[in-house]
Design a protein around this ligand. Structure first.
Ligand code: G6P
Length: 485
């Protein structure tokens, strides 16, 4: 009998607020649609190879018997287990909409004045995190590797340790981590920080987030000695975007867009409805451009797509109205009958085909969040820009700016005049410069794709000391599914 016989491989347990599937009602039963995001495609090979479970909320009330049956059927297809955490209406209200999205979301995006520090929210955040931890504890075997994602679940390691769990626990924060000036406003700052320090590894998006985190640890007199903290900028599934964007159907659709909006450059903004995305300031910048440079009128159109999101939260609802009023004001001032309309506005979820066609058709992408963990739209746009004859304008406060500074035109999204001038510069940029910048951007996005991200995170989780893993240096591109996690 070999020395390794009987030794079980360490499995992967992924925990995120939402499961990577969408549940749709089909009569009295539920149908499960596989998720298509980059995170899912990157983790899938690891889950299939090592075996594992993905634990999360199904985004719908349940689980009823039909609901569980649908998930079990999806298990068989996906090759890994799906386990649903059930949330009741009050939990959705206080944990998801409340603490996660009315406290942590605005605070971590440097917008403390938008926070609603309701003490009820905190109690439910704790109890729901306990619920997730129990779901993990029921399924994780000793030696499994548990990877928790995002700000909804910062207490899970602390709860798991309380339940006696000895697995290795890692956390990745997809959104920014604020500086002490902002973080210290959180009434539960010490509790959250102590809970985070129960993880063995914490991954943040950028070097700035990591610095901020360490500064908060110091400001609160804590020690991060038992936890390794690294930054791992998330990437996209570059090749899958490239392949899909290259299909004749997408190309035809992109050409059709130029036929419908002829003789002008197309500027594209695509965002989830969110005040962090800087949509209203962006519209003001576009308005400023048209007001001050009459020659630009008729020569440029802004396609602004807003994807519905978190509409139950009053701030989001107010913002939608504000965007629509501004679009109306700009079009009212500049549109000409039968001719040019400055802003083409859509409020809907795009099909993948429409998304790819917009990416391919746009001459300029205008991505100006006030603050963003990474911003994958910026990377997807570049991946789909097969001709490389286009320009990315990017907020310096998007995590992606750390990586894309060399090729993008970086702007301060609060500087309306500066953003207007950046659109003008992009419009006038010589072809050779456009091509050179976009080529460089695409090379970097291709190299640092989501598979490499998973790979470097799992390597870091394996390493014993901070020095052993190069958080900021690129790691060798070994396949993610071959790693002994
Ligand atoms: C951000 C967060 C994700 C979240 C997504 C959509 O990207 O980092 O964790 O899933 O927004 O928001 P939603 O509230 O609809 O899950």
């Amino acid at each position: 009998m070999s020395a390794h016989a009987g030794r079980r491989r360490s499995r992967l347990v992924v925990v995120s607020n939402r499961l990577p599937v969408a549940l749709k009602r089909a009569g009295r039963s539920w149908q499960v649609e596989a998720g298509s995001g980059g995170l899912v495609s990157a983790l899938l090979p690891v889950l299939r190879n090592r075996g594992g479970t993905w634990i999360g909320w199904a985004g719908a009330p349940g689980p009823t018997r039909e609901f569980s049956r649908a998930l079990a059927a999806a298990d068989r297809q996906s090759g890994y287990r799906l386990a649903a955490v059930a949330l009741d209406a009050r939990e959705v209200e206080d944990f998801y909409l409340g603490f996660s999205n009315e406290v942590i979301w605005p605070l971590f995006h440097d917008l403390p004045s938008r926070c609603n520090f309701d003490p009820r929210y905190w109690a439910t955040y704790q109890s729901v995190n306990r619920k997730y931890a129990k779901a993990v504890a029921r399924r994780a075997r000793p030696g499994d590797f548990v990877w928790v994602h995002d700000y909804h679940l910062m207490n899970v390691a602390a709860e798991l340790r309380r339940l006696g769990c000895r697995s290795r626990l890692a956390f990745f924060l997809h959104i920014p981590f604020p500086s002490p000036d902002v973080f210290l406003k959180l009434p539960w700052r010490s509790r959250i920080l102590d809970a985070l320090l129960e993880f063995d590894l914490i991954g943040l998006q950028t070097a700035r987030d990591r610095r901020n985190f360490l500064a908060c640890v110091e400001a609160l007199g804590r020690s991060a000695r038992a936890t390794r903290i690294g930054h791992f900028p998330i990437g996209i599934d570059y090749n899958s975007f490239l392949r899909a964007a290259a299909t004749p159907a997408v190309e035809a659709r992109a050409k059709e867009l130029h036929r419908l909006l002829p003789n002008r450059k197309l500027v594209l903004g695509i965002d989830r409805l969110d005040y962090t995305k800087g949509i209203t300031l962006r519209l003001r910048a576009f308005q400023d451009l048209l007001e001050r440079h009459p020659a630009m009128r008729g020569r440029v159109s802004l396609i602004q797509v807003v994807v519905p999101s978190r509409e139950e939260i009053p701030e989001y609802h107010r913002m939608k109205t504000e965007i629509e009023q501004l679009v109306g004001r700009i079009n009212g001032a500049f549109a000409r009958p039968g001719g040019w309309v400055p802003v083409w506005y859509e409020y809907r979820s795009l099909t993948r085909m429409d998304l790819l066609a917009y990416y391919r058709a746009a001459d300029i992408a205008l991505i100006t969040p006030l603050k963003d963990g990474m911003n994958l739209v910026a990377k997807e746009y570049c991946a789909c820009s097969i001709e490389e004859d286009c320009v990315l304008i990017l907020s310096e406060f998007a995590g992606a700016a750390e990586q894309l500074a060399g090729g993008a035109l970086l702007v301060n999204p609060y500087d309306v005049r500066g953003v207007a001038e950046a659109i003008r510069s992009a419009h006038r940029m010589p072809e050779a410069e456009r091509l050179a910048r976009m080529r460089g951007l695409r090379r970097s996005i291709r190299r640092e794709d989501v598979y490499r991200w998973v790979d470097s995170f799992l390597r870091a989780a394996r390493a014993r000391s901070l020095e052993e893993f190069p958080a900021s240096r690129p790691s060798s591109p070994a396949p993610a599914d071959g790693l002994p996690i």
